[in-house]
Design a protein around this ligand. Structure first.
Ligand code: COA
Length: 254
């Protein structure tokens, strides 16, 4: 990574990373901090956030990391979280929507509330964060929104109809907002990781034979291995970087 990106290229920038206390989004938060960004992580569990803030600061050597407990299903809480970032650092350049909820459940066993819960965390959560950040800051100042999705809706996976549907909604929102907010210098982009080893979802899929993610899963993959956090963070760096400022193109042609 050090050879690809300029040292401290995110200095003076501020990122909000939802779900940043764990998994893929912990890796993204760490990468942003290493390149000088100020990072606010958010999720529901304060203890986990607190602990992750400590380790993120230690691992990155950057103390500009803070947390704000928030349930992304609740718009008022999201608005408070966004206001906290603005009060603390005065700007928001990057929003990474990574907060997600998931579990394995056969369609026929899934309760209506189970489906609704995942839709509300993933799809509504992403919408709420976009709405609050755009309304409070990016509409006038521009920025980049990176929505974390998954490959699930593109191939169909057993026991994941709720999560795949929720992520398909996020993909659609990403495309619509990219078109609508582009002229305001807001780049809305997405990353759709496949199976990421050690992630909660992958561990659970692996344990369930009917999911298709059993012991032989890696042999089906061209690279013979699942992804890891280090595979995803560089994409989040690239998408936030000068190299990816597609709005120059929009300026020239609008
Ligand atoms: N199988 C089937 N249904 C499940 C389930 C499972 N493993 N886990 C939760 N549900 C159902 C609940 O039964 C409930 O439906 P009901 O009211 O009809 O019984 C509904 O989903 C909501 O669950 P609940 O735990 O009350 O909601 P919550 O808002 O507190 O949490 C999750 C929802 C998804 C966050 C929670 O299930 C969870 O902690 N999941 C694991 C952690 C996780 O998702 N990590 C991220 C991985 S990407």
């Amino acid at each position: 990574m050090n050879k690809t990106f300029q040292q401290n290229f995110l200095a003076n920038q501020v990122a909000i990373v939802t779900g940043g206390a764990t998994g893929i989004c912990y890796g993204i938060s760490l990468a942003y901090l290493k390149y000088g960004c100020k990072v606010l992580i958010t999720s529901r569990k304060e203890e986990v956030l607190k602990q992750s803030c400590t380790t993120l600061a230690q691992e990155s050597g950057n103390q500009n990391v803070a947390y704000f407990p928030c349930d992304v299903r609740k718009f008022e809480q999201v608005e408070a979280m966004v206001q906290f970032a603005l009060d603390k650092w005065g700007r928001i350049d990057i929003l990474v929507n990574g907060a997600a909820g998931n579990f394995l459940v056969p369609f026929e066993m899934m309760s209506v509330n189970a489906f609704r819960s995942v839709m509300e965390i993933d799809t509504f959560g992403t919408f709420h964060c976009c709405k609050a950040v755009v309304g409070k800051w990016m509409s006038k100042n521009g920025g980049v929104i990176i929505n974390i999705s998954t490959t699930l809706p593109h191939c169909g996976v057993a026991l994941q109809s709720h999560a795949g549907t929720a992520k398909a909604g996020i993909d659609a929102l990403t495309r619509h907002l990219a078109v609508e907010l582009g002229p305001k210098k807001i780049r809305v982009v997405g990353i759709a990781p496949g199976a990421i080893e050690k992630s909660e979802g992958f561990k659970r899929l692996r344990m369930d034979d009917s999911s298709g993610f059993g012991e032989d899963f890696e042999k089906l993959l061209p690279l013979q291995r699942a992804g890891n956090n280090d595979d995803i963070a560089p994409w989040a760096l690239f998408l936030a970087s000068e190299m990816c400022k597609l709005h120059h193109w929009i300026n020239n042609y609008s």
